[in-house]
Design a protein around this ligand. Structure first.
Ligand code: ADP
Length: 264
């Protein structure tokens, strides 16, 4: 806490008052530090693909373009790095929109089990990997008022991580539990898991458990930070549980009013 004193004096010079202002600089300093770290992270994340591209483009201009075997490979690298930067900038735009004050959710009533089905169908159709999806929820109408696009992004981010870290032949289970005033969604995989001491940090912007591996897999480090912002904008919570070597579960809640949906 910073303390400012101002002495109020009459023209005659006699002191007749004192103003004391207390500033909570710890909070201000924390915001300022986080902002600096964020800018440093963004710069670093953009610099890595840019320097990679520069060296491949240099090699191409120095003659590699004439080599029929090497040239397509080098061009592919620059293409991948460009894609990575586009993903990063898109994620940053999503976060900056959510940070802005006039940000609003576009809520509508959704039948949640059907909505989950639709999202899982999409992943099953894409068949990116030999992974099986298991649906652990009843197929009866559960109406919730949510911003469909935002919660779709939350599920997309969580499920694509589950896919990335799943072994071939593994199962991803999507479970929904209905409580009195909330829904809990759990997405479990049978992947590498996350060490206990890192669990609470995976929702931080740019945090990755294993930097080299995560970057190789192609993430921006912002997926779960975005999911957290979106869940909290709905007054829900998000957290992770994991057993190393066995798998990870990402849990999130959404407010649910049993009686509200009855009118529909
Ligand atoms: P990224 O773009 O790197 O995937 P995220 O914010 O989505 O960024 O995730 C942050 C980090 O959390 C990842 O880099 C990874 O280390 C860890 N992580 C997230 N989901 C899982 C999972 N299902 N299994 C293991 N690790 C995970």
């Amino acid at each position: 806490v910073r303390v400012n004193f101002s002495i109020i004096q009459k023209e005659t010079g006699i002191m007749n008052g004192l103003i004391v202002v207390l500033h909570d600089i710890t909070e201000q300093e924390k915001i300022e530090r986080e902002r600096r770290e964020f800018v440093a992270n963004v710069s670093h994340e953009l610099r890595t693909p840019l320097t990679t591209m520069r060296s491949y483009l240099e090699a191409l201009t120095d003659g590699a373009w004439m080599d029929k075997d090497i040239a397509p490979q080098f061009l592919k690298v620059t293409q991948n790095e460009t894609e990575r930067m586009i993903r990063l900038v898109n994620d940053l735009l999503v976060l900056s929109k959510m940070d802005s004050k006039d940000y609003q959710l576009r809520k509508e009533w959704i039948n949640f089990p059907k909505f989950l089905d639709h999202i899982i169908d999409r992943f099953e159709m894409a068949k990116e990997k030999n992974v099986h999806f298991s649906r652990d929820y009843l197929n009866e109408p559960i109406l919730v008022e949510i911003d469909q696009d935002k919660i779709t992004q939350v599920l997309d981010n969580i499920i694509s991580n589950a896919l990335k870290y799943s072994p071939s032949g593994g199962t991803i289970t999507v479970k929904m539990v209905v409580f009195h005033d909330s829904l809990e969604v759990k997405i479990s995989d049978q992947g590498v898991g996350i060490p206990k001491q890192n669990l609470h940090r995976i929702f931080d912007r740019f945090y990755r458990v294993d930097k080299a591996r995560a970057r190789h897999i192609g993430g921006t480090g912002l997926g779960l930070a975005i999911a957290k912002e979106m869940v909290e904008a709905h007054n829900g919570h998000i957290w992770a549980t994991s057993i190393e070597g066995k798998g990870t579960t990402i849990h999130f809640t959404l407010p649910y009013d049993r009686d509200q949906g009855d009118d529909f």
